[in-house]
Design a protein around this ligand. Structure first.
Ligand SMILES: [Zn+2]
Length: 316
């Protein structure tokens, strides 16, 4: 009896104590991404920040004495940038844009997640109030967040919860990704597909849909906005690459599920644009029937926004 009690007590300790419990897999791969010792020794003094700030002010004033007067007079950005927190991907710098033109959201692996109040609030403000005409979702190759999502390790909350959304992107595209044998090529494609999925997540939001319907119907706007752009940055070359993606195809497939707003079919602009679109489709159809694709305008060649139309027409 005494022996049984001792064994039971030991079993209880083993079950509840990390010392006696089964060994857990640690985040050894994340540790491998930590700063190397030689870089730790080269830490900058914080005073550098303020010294450099004064140099920046001086250089801006030398270029344009009214620069800060203009900057202080209002906030009118052209772009909402949704990028990774990675230090190698500074939004303004790589686009050559000055202070004042880019409204920025950055997080691990440039995610657009419906339950992320930070990103959702920024998108609401940028689209609804600042009325940015363009949203850029920028991923980058060699992304630590995307790499971590491919490890079968528990990175512990909240990071692991965040990475799960990237694991979901892999699940959505596992056929294409599994077929890529080279691990680095597979990583790069996952980075690209993750950007595309985050763009689609933007199209799902009420604030983006509402603004697009409003601007589609309102002739005061030069275009339906916000326009959403999928891009990838390569830190190894500095190149910012637009991804060849036709969001119209995705929207056509998904609108039954995600549409929150619809264009008023009787609005003046809707009637006008419907006629224009009908004329374009009729022309494309007759060209498809005549088999004149090589001489067709870019719009019908399958590399523009209407790629899906050509494929569908050709399939008929
Ligand atoms: Zn990253």
């Amino acid at each position: 009896m005494r022996a049984w009690l001792i064994i039971s007590a030991f079993a209880a300790i083993e079950a509840f104590s990390p010392t006696f419990g089964p060994k857990l897999v640690q985040n050894s791969k994340l540790d491998a991404l930590a700063m190397p010792v030689d870089k730790k020794k080269a830490v900058k003094d914080i005073s550098t920040v303020f010294d450099n700030n004064q140099k920046w002010i001086d250089s801006k004033l030398a270029e344009d004495p009214q620069f800060f007067e203009a900057l202080g007079s209002g906030h009118y950005p052209q772009y909402l940038w949704i990028g990774c927190s990675d230090a190698r991907v500074p939004a303004n710098e790589i686009m050559g844009e000055d202070a004042g033109s880019v409204f920025v959201v950055r997080n691990v692996a440039n995610m657009v997640t419906g339950t992320d109040f930070n990103a959702m609030s920024a998108i609401q403000y940028a689209v609804g109030v600042l009325e940015v005409p363009h949203i850029i979702v920028c991923g980058h190759y060699d992304c630590g967040g995307v790499r971590a999502s491919r490890e079968n390790l528990d990175h512990a909350p909240p990071l692991e919860n965040w990475l799960r959304s990237i694991r979901d992107v892999y699940r959505l595209h596992n056929g294409e990704l599994d077929a890529i044998k080279d691990p680095e090529e597979r990583h790069r494609r996952l980075v690209e597909l993750n950007v595309i999925e985050q763009c689609i997540n933007l199209f799902k939001t009420g604030v983006v849909q509402r603004k697009r319907v409003e601007t589609y119907q309102n002739p005061d706007y030069a275009m339906t906005q916000p326009r959403i752009h999928a891009v990838v940055f390569d830190p190894a070359t500095g190149k910012l690459k637009p991804l060849d993606v036709n969001f119209n195809d995705y929207i056509d497939e998904l609108h039954d599920i995600y549409d929150l707003y619809k264009v008023d079919p009787d609005s003046k602009e809707a009637v006008k644009k419907r006629k224009q679109e009908e004329a374009i489709k009729a022309k494309a159809r007759s060209m498809a029937e005549e088999g004149v694709r090589p001489h067709a305008p870019t719009k019908f060649r399958g590399d523009g926004e209407n790629k899906g139309w050509w494929a569908r027409l050709r399939g008929k």
